[in-house]
Design a protein. Sequence first.
Length: 135
Amino acid sequence: MNENKEYLENILAGVHNDTKEAIKVPTLRRFITDQMGYPLEKHFYTTEDGYINTVYRIPGNKNFKPGKMGNIYNPDRPVVIYQHGLFDSCMSIVADQEDSLGLKLVNEGFDLWLNNARGNRYSREHQYIDLETCE
């Protein structure tokens, strides 16, 4: 029983149980832009109760060239807003690389927005509260 508890604690802490080394999880920008070659925008919005959440946008496929007109809504490119489930983040829709639903949508011409709920690794800010110490 203690082994299972330690295993779960290690997973939550980002530590591999066998090696006790930190698991290196790439940032979304490093994964989407550097590894996969897609453009990525990062936007912020603040909720009524002060949480600062992050929403990412993949505005086009690998051939997309952002420019003066690149950020303007194009009615020929329908918008998809992805909201992850509980205890998850926006990474789940693109984590399977080219086989992921997110990148398939982008490659088919959709304008993909990846929202993050408060508290996950991409939305850990607040206007007044230090979320690490809750003060």
